[in-house]
Structure formats: structure tokens, C-alpha cells
Unconditional design. Structure first.
Length: 395
């Protein structure tokens, strides 16, 4: 059975989330945890960003992790040299492929981009780097052009070609057709990867579809953080492979919850409670009907065993609680109650929950708005202070 190699881009794409930045120590810590979780390939940044970024990349390379360490670069000779100078083993060469990117972003023809791509792949291979062609905006590319470019990239020395749904507009049927066509076109020894954005909530679906169609290297981020609506989340893709594709992927799913919490703390992007698998409510139940079913047989309302991700089920008291929950909780605490007592306890629980009202919720909503503005943005007032300071200094 062909194995799947998971590429995590939390330290590169994830840090591009508006308002997010990681310290050097945080990046090293996240890289270590990704490695312990079994992620095979890490995209740890873009060396062209800054000297500090290059120093951090070098520090991660110096950790001597089991994962292969790669960096992203544009089709520029100096960026290939920077990647090699950082000690990275892999390079993700970002190559725009859609008509709108070729014309409006690069101002180049398809032939010109093809020649530039050839030169950069050959140069990177000579520099000793494992080359990944990253076909940016592949979902809006002309398929014959995309197939031919990826085929030639394999001949020039690229080991993988990544199909990018850069603006998140692909749907699973279209992804399946694209991957199958590319699989027929590229050399048999060349791997296909997929990098999906979540603008329509389909990043995981498109990623799993691509794997079924012949791709073998999904690109993910922890908690799905990334540009705009983010990317395919590591935890969803790993569990999805287990449930639907059943190919080895090397991820220890018992580590994904702690990894999720770590990236929450470092990024400042806190997950909604209903987030699949790693959210607070993923394995918690309040509804009396659901609790009654679970107490009879946990599989009645459980599709994923929480033990798979090192979590436990829990029952929550609230408006929709039933007497079965009350009886179960009392039994665990060593108490017994007859039917009338159960009803009275239940009545008081519901009454207390409703009486608490929405005051804390309203307060939290206000605080969150302030937090997002302060920590995930940049104050216009502070920006103007900087502008005036610099401009007045120039005068």
C-alpha cells in the first residue's frame, strides 16, 4: 500500500495568517512537536523575508529533526541561493500558472514562465536541493499548460509537483479530474502534492479527494491556519485518511490535540468549541436524547472514538439535559435518587442555567472584538504615529 507523506506549512503559510507571528523559540518548539507527531516534511518559512527568518530556519535545521526541512521561494536565483544557505534540504519553488497570475502578477507569457521555471529547477538541483514545483493557482490554470509544465518539471529534476487551489474555488469533482489528468501526464516517479485553501470550507474534502485520485503529499497546517480562511487542517486530513483512504501516513493522531493547543497559544487564533476533532465540544454531549443513546451504546452517537486523539467523552449539564444524565452523574459520585428527586434536580439545573443569562457572553463578545483589533491587526493610530515620526524626521 502506497504511503502518504504529509507536508506541514504551519511555520510558513500559517504565519501568513493576518495578525499572526511566531517568535524564533515558538517556531523551534512547533517544529519539534510536528516532528514528534510524525510529520514527514516541514515548510518552515521563506528565507527572503528577513535575516531573522533565515536565522530561525538555520536554527530549525540545526535541531536535526527526522522530518525533511524545506523552505519556499519564488522563481529567483537569489532566493534559491538563500534556501541553500539556510541548510534546507528541500525547496518549494512557487510558480504562478493561471492566466491571471501570468498576465497581471508576472507580466509574462506561458513560454517565458516555462523557461524561467526550467532554469530555476535545474539551478536548485545543482545546488543540491530536493525540488518541489508549487503550481500556484492551479485550479484556474489551463489544464494542458499545467500538465505540460509539470511533466517537464519532472524531466528537469523536480521530485514533486504541488497543485494549489490558491483562492479556494475548487470542488471535489473538479479536483479529482485535475489530479487524474496530471497523474497520467507526469513521470511515474514524480509525486503529486496538493495544497488547498478553505475559502468555501472544502479544503479537507478537496485534499482527501486528491489523495484518492492519485496524489500522495497533502499540504496542511495545524488548526488550518493560513491566508484568509486558512488551509486544510492537519487533524482533519490525518483522521480523514484513516477513515476513508486507509493508507499509512505516519501521523500519531494521539498528539494532534496537544499540537493544536500549542499552535493556538503561539498564534493567538483560538478555535471555536465546535471545531472538528480538536474543539472543546467535539466529544461533549448535553442533549438528553444523545446522552441516553451513548449510555446504552457509545457508538450510537459517536463516529470517532475520542481515544484515537487522546481525548475523552464528557456530559455537560444545561437546558437540554435529561434525567438519564443526572442519574449517571449521581451514580459516578456515589449517590442515588428516586424519580421525583431526579426530576427536581433536573428542574433546578435548567433553571440555574437559564437564570445565569447572557451577561458573560455579551461581555466576551465585546472583549473578543477588542482582542482581534489589538492582537490580530495593527492600530491605524499607531501606524500614523510611526508615519509622522519618520516623515518629520526626514524633514
Amino acid at each position: 500500500m502506497d504511503s502518504i507523506s504529509i507536508l506541514d506549512g504551519t511555520l510558513r503559510e500559517g504565519e501568513q495568517t493576518p495578525g499572526v507571528f511566531f517568535t524564533k523559540e515558538e517556531k523551534i518548539g512547533i517544529a519539534r512537536e510536528l516532528d514528534r507527531a510524525g510529520v514527514q516534511i516541514l515548510d518552515v518559512g521563506m528565507p527572503s523575508v528577513s535575516k531573522e527568518e533565515r536565522d530561525t530556519i538555520k536554527a530549525i535545521v540545526g535541531e536535526d529533526l527526522s522530518a525533511s526541512i524545506g523552505v519556499s521561494a519564488r522563481l529567483r536565483r537569489e532566493e534559491v541561493e538563500q534556501a541553500r544557505g539556510c541548510g534546507a534540504g528541500e525547496i518549494f519553488l512557487i510558480c504562478p500558472v493561471s492566466p491571471i497570475h501570468l498576465k497581471s502578477k508576472l507580466g509574462m507569457t506561458g513560454d517565458e514562465v516555462t523557461r524561467l521555471t526550467r532554469d530555476m529547477i535545474i539551478y536548485a538541483v545543482r545546488m543540491g536541493l530536493r525540488v518541489n514545483l508549487v503550481a500556484e493557482d492551479a485550479s484556474r490554470a489551463c489544464l494542458p499548460f499545467l500538465c505540460e509544465l509539470c511533466r517537464k518539471a519532472g524531466e528537469w529534476g523536480a521530485k514533486r509537483a504541488f497543485i494549489c487551489d490558491t483562492v479556494g474555488i475548487m470542488e471535489p469533482d473538479g479536483m479529482e479530474r485535475m489530479v487524474k489528468k496530471l497523474r497520467e501526464s507526469v513521470p511515474c516517479g514524480m509525486e503529486l502534492g496538493v495544497h488547498c485553501h478553505n475559502d468555501l470550507g472544502l479544503a479537507t474534502a478537496n485534499t482527501l479527494t486528491a489523495l484518492k485520485a492519485g496524489a500522495s503529499c497533502p499540504s496542511v497546517t495545524v488548526n488550518g491556519i493560513g491566508e484568509r480562511a486558512g488551509n486544510a487542517p492537519l487533524h482533519e486530513v490525518a483522521l480523514g485518511i484513516d477513515k476513508f483512504i486507509r493508507r499509512p501516513h505516519g501521523i500519531d493522531t494521539k498528539r494532534v490535540y496537544d499540537l493544536s493547543r500549542l499552535v493556538e497559544r503561539c498564534s493567538g487564533i483560538f478555535l471555536p468549541p465546535h471545531t472538528p476533532i480538536v474543539g472543546k465540544n467535539s466529544f461533549r454531549h448535553e442533549s438528553g436524547i444523545h446522552v441516553d443513546g451513548i449510555l446504552k451504546d457509545k457508538e450510537i452517537y459517536t463516529g470517532i472514538d475520542p481515544a484515537e486523539v487522546n481525548r475523552k467523552s464528557a456530559f455537560v449539564l444545561g437546558k437540554h439535559t435529561g434525567t438519564g444524565t443526572i442519574r449517571h452523574l449521581l451514580k459516578e459520585l456515589g449517590y442515588e435518587a428516586h424519580y421525583v428527586q431526579l426530576q427536581e434536580i433536573l428542574r433546578k439545573v435548567k433553571e440555574r442555567k437559564i437564570r445565569e443569562g447572557k451577561k458573560d457572553i455579551i461581555r466576551m463578545a465585546v472583549e473578543l472584538e477588542k482582542y482581534y483589533e489589538r492582537c490580530l491587526g495593527f492600530s491605524e493610530a499607531v501606524f500614523m504615529e510611526i508615519v509622522q515620526e519618520v516623515l518629520s524626521g526626514d524633514g
